[in-house]
Design a protein. Structure first.
Lengths: 169, 169, 169, 169, 169, 169, 169, 169
């Protein structure tokens, strides 16, 4: 990851669904470079997709929650399979701490959330669950600031720095 | 949200960066319909962007963690401003429970993560923090199964059902 | 509290806003007895009012929660005054345990609940709060079964037992 | 819910067991309006009853407690049935958090409370319970302040405001 | 309990193994009164014994601990029987909170304490235990200050007050 | 501590306020031995007093509780002084664990207990307290079984064993 | 780390204070290889010293404990300096979780341990501490099994395997 | 342990793998004394070995963690056997508190650590585990300061004090 990779990620985010030509214009580097860099980022698994990014709240899922699960007898893979089959589970991670899995769940109403929670708890591999409801988004999902901090200033820097300055004619 | 909206979201995900023509072909509905539906989803705030979806691990951020913060004296907005300025914070949510904010943080090494954690804790508005390291992704971030469960079968269902069946010629 | 007191409480609940005459008919005891017993229950502080019982959910308060507060420096009375002034607080109790006060709060939306929670936490006398959202009512507020168990069978029992048996003519 | 609904709820509370005529006089609106509004509030499930409100302490139940239950294997409905049959349970709610159910229990003595607690814990569906004893009421159960905050100022506001001002003659 | 009862309890503590005559002299009330009062306190179960008070530490039990037990399936009485048979258990109480029983245990060494703890935990009725070691006595077991606060000043107060003042010849 | 010490402690407990002669008869050892042994146990600090053992419940203190205190800034000695001055504190111990001090408190009513708890919490040296109410005594305070297990069988054993067998003549 | 490195670490442990000649004989590789490998392991910081390994218990430190510290305001470096100056601290680590630092402490008696704990807690940078006493060693400190699992079988394997077989002549 | 023992331990640490002659020179006491003292420390179990001290991080084990285990049914010895067989367990201690065993584990990657954790949790004797990742070493493992504090100044003190002063010629 160098500054150009970063600029491309930013350009892709700011100009959704833009083609290579537009990205070349925005970043100030040649179209071929844009294309080869994006291909590299995709091949390296850095870019894994292009959304669409869905706001679950706007899509009618008013109740979102973090649910932490304590797994019985180390049955993580069994729980993974159950969570994957459960449509209310948006994402899930195995973590350190007391709870073995933290998952994000979404439901349209509190009643539906309760049902989803009960289904998850009925698993013989879930010993205990704890849930907290999300009240608001404090910092929306993002990556750029983190990447910016660590991007290496590469050899192409001078020209690239130009690319970030306002462009004339 | 009806079944066509859902099919479009799925098509957009499966055919990243595809244009309306290709989406029309994939979903089996007219290009104009595709376009107007997507515009509606964007206007309603359901679609908020088109990635790029970045795998932080592949991008070199090997240490990811959930950090829960207890906020002092209800200073949520001050903490929000601090977290927004902090590049290691990937996303953050205000929640019910004992901890007022759950944030996801990422760092390249355990040392960098420790530094980020200390910076967050130095805030006079953070009374206490608890962190758990993400060991693996159990269910990767997704939305479709949830939406599929609740999509309303609309009037256009018959033709649309065709669209989901395998296409000949 | 004897069985007649209990029967009266039950009659008052089942026949809301009924007058002494109707209560006399329902319980099978003389109107004067009904009246004197009710007056005694009111005077003893057993009956403290006659509703109206409001279903907060039906009244538009979709988010209800138990919020437990840890009080700083034993400032229970200061917190009591603050909670009394706070319209989102439905009821509150001082308890044993880690949390000094458990209060029930209600709000129309998660956003409003978050605001109410922040206001409560901004108090210099609240050291820490924990909240859990009510997902559903498992047993609706009630008293009769408890009283029934302990009602003394008094001297008037025979006639009164009649009153409970189906009445002819 | 508008200001008149609110005024009616308040009038019903302050003038327990008053008839429509008295409520009309108190609120300053026509008797027919009073009656139709109350009927609407009852039909909408906002008013669910008219007490009697019983002070458990005055009725001899000196020990009251919040008991939180962790439910085994998601057996919420089985626990609900058990709690409903248990006379010491005054009310119970399913919640988010670590405990699945919070119930309020009452007993005449600590010994009786212990017995009730043991009975609840003997259920195969209760994995664990935690209890805290209520030491005092900090804010007595109430609804008006909350409703007052959110009542819509309707078209009838001017006359109605009069109704709240002290009445002459 | 009045002030004389209190003075007697204090005299009994300060003059261990003193006879009625000496107690009469110390408290300044007649020997017959002393005797009848002590008999009443014994009959009422207020005085349950006369030690000997043993300092477990001095007796060679260097490791003392509070052990809290979570009881499985409400099996309090079974656990009581087991604890009674266990010689390392000094006293035990059923309590509210998360732990159902708090017991004080003593052992001569950390190794013996560990063995005792394991034995208690092997019970099928003990779901979980938590132990904290006593590092020092902060306030030694006592009752007088508490009683003094609440002793009723009875009719015999004047003479009795004399008894507390220094006595001459 | 050998078997005779143990037999003496037991005899002292079973024959409260007995003199050396009676103890000699009960234990079957010479009066001089009884006397010298008791003096040794007192001098070694094993026997610290002779009660009276007071049942706080029978003495009218219906509410007893374990209160655990988290001490601010390691101010254990300041807290000790405060607890010693507080009449509701029956005993207190510094312990390992999260709470620095565990104390037993007693009060006549829940209201008085709440007041005592608030007073303790008002101390600037108490950061946080947690309380659990004692519902019943599971194992009454005792020492003999523990001592019996560890008493050394000394050279005097044969004669002493006689002393434990039933005596004829 | 390959199998030879591992064999050397094992030989160094099993033959404490052995010279290169003896290690050469034990491992069956040339003395020069032994020497160069050990130098490499030291240079790479894998071997950081050669004890002496001290058994704190045998050295008279009967009370050992894990003490977890919550650090105030992210002041980890200040706490590190304080812990380094504190002789009772044997080792300390910054960790994820609720507690920021876990340290192992040792003392000769419970009284000395209490004093050490109070000193640590008096720091303005320590918000809270929790301690657990070590009752016994379950698995003594070791590294070989872990290394053995991961040692790479290098090119020198055949001769080296001989070295592990019993030697003749 | 006197000051000379301490000086020897320090000399052994500072001059790893030094022989008796060098230690005699460093400490300023006769070679025979050095040798007999070291033999005594070894015989008393104070010195248990001479490393080698391995830095697990440098040896490629980037993920180290404290894992606390709650043991089911007091099965400590069964768990001990399992942990001893598990190569990722570096050391383990039975402790007071909620968790019965605290063990230090090491792994090369987060994935390997997760696998090791799951294996430990699959034991029927492990009821629950909690893990925290070590982010950095705050105080490296050491013993001297603790010993120094408590070393007895023995009869040889004068000459020995010389030994600590800089030596001429």
């Amino acid at each position: 990851m160098d500054k150009l990779d970063l600029a491309l990620l930013k350009a892709l985010r700011d100009h959704p669904r833009a083609g290579p030509l537009e990205l070349s214009r925005v970043t100030g580097v040649a179209r071929a470079t844009v294309q080869s860099r994006i291909e590299k980022l995709e091949a390296a698994g850095v870019i894994t997709g292009y959304g669409p990014d869905v706001d679950l709240n706007a899509a009618g899922f008013a109740v979102q929650a973090f649910v932490t699960l304590e797994i019985a007898q180390g049955a993580l893979y069994e729980v993974r399979d159950e969570l994957e089959r459960h449509p209310a589970v948006v994402e899930a991670f195995a973590t350190t701490g007391t709870s073995d899995v933290i998952c994000r769940m979404a439901a349209r109403t509190q009643g539906e959330f309760q049902e989803a929670l009960l289904e998850v708890n009925r698993s013989p591999h879930v010993a205990r669950s704890t849930s907290v409801v999300i009240l608001s988004t404090v910092v929306a999902s993002r990556v750029p600031p983190l990447l910016a901090r660590h991007a290496r200033g590469g050899g192409r820097a001078p020209a690239f720095r130009d690319a970030e300055a306002p462009r004339q004619g």
